[in-house]
Design a protein around this ligand. Sequence first.
Ligand code: NAP
Length: 308
Amino acid sequence: MTVLFDRIALIGIGLIGSSIARDIRESGLAKEVVISTRSEATLKRAEELKLGDRYTVSAAEAVKDADLVIVSVPVGSSGLVAEQIAPHLKPGAILTDVGSTKASVIAQMAPHVPEGVHFIPGHPLAGTEKSGPDAGFAGLFKGRWCIFTPLPDTDPDALAKLRDFWSALGSRIDEMDPLHHDKVLAIVSHLPHIIAYNIVGTADDLEAVTESEVIKYSASGFRDFTRLAASDPTMWRDVCLHNKDAILEMLARFSEDLASLQRSIRWGEGDKLFELFSRTRTIRRSIVEAGQDVDAPDFGRHALDPKA
Ligand code: NAP
């Protein structure tokens, strides 16, 4: 066990914040963990789960004398949180976040960050469709990527320390330009969720097929979309609103390709369909080979999330 920070403040203690808290506790990465969340109810639950050493609804109070501050709130709230904590951050502290969009979070938070505080935006590519402090678990980040989008003047020592922290949580680390991050995530994460929300919404609106039939026969494919479509509505509303340009660009590409697929089906172009379906199959194989999933028919979810 190596203590990396004397005091860590966690602002937001949902799925991501509470998973980080559990990992810090298990690995002894900090001497003290201070937890803050906006509601008394969530704070009480965090305390019952013994996720930290001190608890407060005041984010400003929580960050006092903290060496590392991790903001894990919906991306649309990051500006407000930054404004609240900025005057209370300790000089030399590292401030980071876990938000799913990066350019917008930087635009919201960076203007508030005082001189001498190292702001290093981050995004762990790990999660589930659950939310709240009960949903988190130790080991969520193991083997998953954590992407940093450092600002041009980022202090190399602070960056190295944050890399050490996420490495201790088992993450693999990459660095990217924020706009590039937002484009990559638009296709690998945001579009799949939007497609899932849409298909489940379409099924729900169908009149010719009854709801009980949709549920009863869901194992034939629909079920896999419902997991993504059960993701937190606040989080995903914010992701859509805060990565608008990249998402709209990817949606335009997707719509064109869907129209082409539609044409192939209409005109009976079996060879084209077969070629596409074979190409996509190899992508699945590459993901399994890269260790980002296991080749189990339940998409390996039991192996990844002990609570699934
Ligand atoms: P979550 O489980 O819903 O938890 C959200 C936390 O943020 C709660 O502590 C909540 O407090 C607090 N919060 C909500 N609205 C707030 C506001 N307006 N001001 C201050 N605090 C607020 O969410 P999560 O899944 O941990 O996601 C947190 C962040 O991680 C998001 O930015 C998300 O984009 C990112 N992320 C999520 C995933 C994923 O799969 N879920 C993966 C990677 C990154 P109360 O409960 O007290 O209201």
